[in-house]
Design a protein around this ligand. Structure first.
Ligand code: AMP
Ligand code: MG
Length: 411
C-alpha cells in the first residue's frame, strides 16, 4: 500500500491567476494578417489614423443643402450631389439636391429632409419652415480625427474593430501569431463517439466529451490546435506523450489524470520532464488544476492540466486557461466584469472553496440555479448562461445580490 500524498494548501483563485499570468509573458512573434482574417486575433501595435473619418462634411439624409438664412423660401435647384461625387460651392439663392453620404457643398450650412420640401411645377422647391444650422450634417472627423490612436496594442479584435480598422484604411493588421496548443485527453475509460456505438459501449466506458469542447474553446480563442488524442492511464505513456507534445507547441493542455488517485499520472510525468508550479485551486468545481512547464531541447512548453470532470474542465478553462491564452497573445483586460443580480434561490450550504455555480438569468431580472451542481453534469453548462461567483464560506438567501459572470463574456 502506498502512503497517501501530503496535503498541500489549495491556492486561492486570484493569487493563482496572477501567478499564471505572470508566467504567460507575451513572447509570440508578430505577424501581418489580412483584416478580413483578423477576427479574434490580438493587435501587437497601436493603430493610428492617417485620415479624418468621415473625410468631409456630408449629409445624413436624402434632401436639400441650404443656407439657413435664406429660409423659408422658394428656390431653384442649382446642382445634384450624390454619394461619391464632388460638390461645387452652393450658389447663393439656390439649394442643392443631396443624398445620404454626399459631400455638403461649401456655403451650405444645413440639410433639409426631402420630406419637408415641396416640389413646384416650375422645378423650384419650396422650403416652408426654417432650418437649424448644422442639421443633418455629419462633420468631418466626427468619428475619427486624423492622428488619433483608434485601436490599442493588446486589443482583441472583434467584428466592430475590423470595420473600424478598415475605415481608416488598414487592409492588413499586425497581430500576435496564433498560440500552438497540443490537446490531450487522459483516461482508460474514454472512447470516441463515432468509433464505438452507444449500444456497444464496454462496461465502464464513457464518451470523451472534454476533447470536443476544449478543442472548440481553443479554436474560439484563435489557437492552432494539434489534437493528440487519448493518453492511457500509464506513467510511461504519459511521459512520452507529454515529451512529444512539448515539441513545436506553446502550450500542452490535458484533461483528467491530475488528481491524487493512483491512476493520475499527469503530475509526476510533468515533474519528470520539467516542473509543476501550480497545483490545486481553492475553487469548486475545478480543484485539480495544474500549471507547469515541460522542457525540450530548445526550451519549454507551458503545461496546463485540467480536471477530468467535464464541468470542472469547462469552468477552469474559462477562468484560468482563457486569460492565460489571451495574455500569451498580449491581450489586455482578461477578466470579465461581474454584474450584481439578485439570487432567486436559496443556497444554504457554504463551501470552504470559492464556488462557480451554473445559473441562468430569468425574466424577472434574477438568477435561477441549475438544480444539479455536480461537476460531472455537463447539462448544467448547456442550461446556464453564466456563472455565479460565490466567495468561500458564503451562503445565499433568496433575493441576495450575487456576482454574475455571463458565459458570453468568457468565450
Ligand atoms: P480524473 O480527473 O481523470 O480522475 O477524471 C475525473 C472524472 O472525469 C472521471 O469520472 C472521468 O471518467 C471523467 N473524465 C475524464 N476525462 C474525461 C473526458 N475527456 N470526457 C468526459 N469525462 C471525462
Ligand atoms: Mg482519469
Amino acid at each position: 500500500m502506498s502512503t497517501p500524498p501530503a496535503r498541500t494548501p489549495l491556492r486561492p483563485l486570484d493569487e493563482a491567476l496572477q501567478d499564471l499570468l505572470a508566467r504567460a509573458e507575451p513572447a509570440l512573434p508578430e505577424q501581418s494578417v489580412s483584416t478580413f482574417e483578423a477576427d479574434g486575433r490580438v493587435l501587437t501595435q497601436d493603430l493610428c489614423s492617417p485620415l479624418d473619418v468621415p473625410g468631409h462634411d456630408n449629409s445624413s439624409m436624402d434632401g436639400y443643402a441650404v443656407r439657413c438664412a435664406e429660409l423659408p423660401a422658394q428656390l431653384p435647384v442649382s446642382q445634384r450631389i450624390a454619394a461619391g461625387s464632388a460638390a461645387a460651392p452652393l450658389q447663393p439663392g439656390s439649394v442643392a439636391r443631396i443624398f445620404t453620404g454626399a459631400p455638403v457643398p461649401a456655403g451650405a450650412d444645413a440639410i433639409v429632409m426631402q420630406e419637408d420640401v415641396a416640389l413646384l411645377d416650375d422645378g423650384r422647391v419650396q422650403v416652408k419652415g426654417s432650418a437649424a444650422a448644422g442639421q443633418w450634417i455629419r462633420r468631418r472627423g466626427e468619428d475619427v480625427a486624423c492622428g488619433a490612436v483608434v485601436l490599442r496594442r493588446g486589443q482583441r479584435l472583434s467584428p466592430a474593430e475590423l470595420g473600424l480598422a478598415a475605415s481608416i484604411g488598414f487592409d492588413q493588421l499586425p497581430v500576435a501569431r496564433r498560440v500552438r496548443v497540443a490537446l490531450l485527453s487522459t483516461g482508460d475509460e474514454l472512447v470516441m463517439p463515432g468509433q464505438v456505438a452507444p449500444e456497444a459501449m464496454p462496461p465502464g466506458a464513457i464518451y470523451n466529451s472534454n476533447r470536443f469542447f476544449l478543442r472548440a474553446l481553443l479554436l474560439r480563442l484563435g489557437c492552432e490546435v494539434s489534437d493528440l488524442g487519448i493518453v492511457p492511464d500509464d506513467r510511461q505513456a504519459t511521459v512520452q506523450a507529454l515529451a512529444e507534445a512539448a515539441q513545436a507547441h506553446d502550450l500542452i493542455l490535458t484533461s483528467g489524470g491530475v488528481s491524487v488517485g493512483e491512476e493520475d499520472h499527469i503530475k509526476p510525468a510533468v515533474q519528470a520532464l520539467g516542473e509543476l508550479q501550480l497545483w490545486q485551486m481553492a475553487i469548486k468545481p475545478g480543484k485539480p488544476f495544474a500549471y507547469g512547464r515541460v522542457n525540450h531541447a530548445q526550451g519549454f512548453a507551458h503545461f496546463i492540466g485540467l480536471p477530468g470532470n467535464p464541468v470542472s474542465s469547462f469552468v477552469t478553462f474559462l477562468l484560468l486557461v482563457r486569460p492565460f491564452l489571451l495574455r500569451l497573445q498580449g491581450a489586455s483586460g482578461q477578466w470579465p466584469a461581474a454584474l450584481s443580480l439578485p439570487a432567486h434561490f436559496n443556497w444554504p450550504k457554504a463551501d470552504k472553496r470559492r464556488e462557480f455555480l451554473r445559473v441562468r438569468r430569468n425574466a424577472q431580472g434574477g438568477l435561477d440555479l441549475f438544480e444539479n451542481q455536480s461537476s460531472g453534469v455537463l447539462t448544467s453548462a448547456v442550461w446556464a448562461d453564466g456563472l455565479l461567483d460565490n466567495p468561500p464560506g458564503r451562503t445565499i438567501a433568496y433575493g441576495d445580490p450575487v456576482a454574475f459572470i455571463a458565459l458570453a463574456d468568457l468565450l
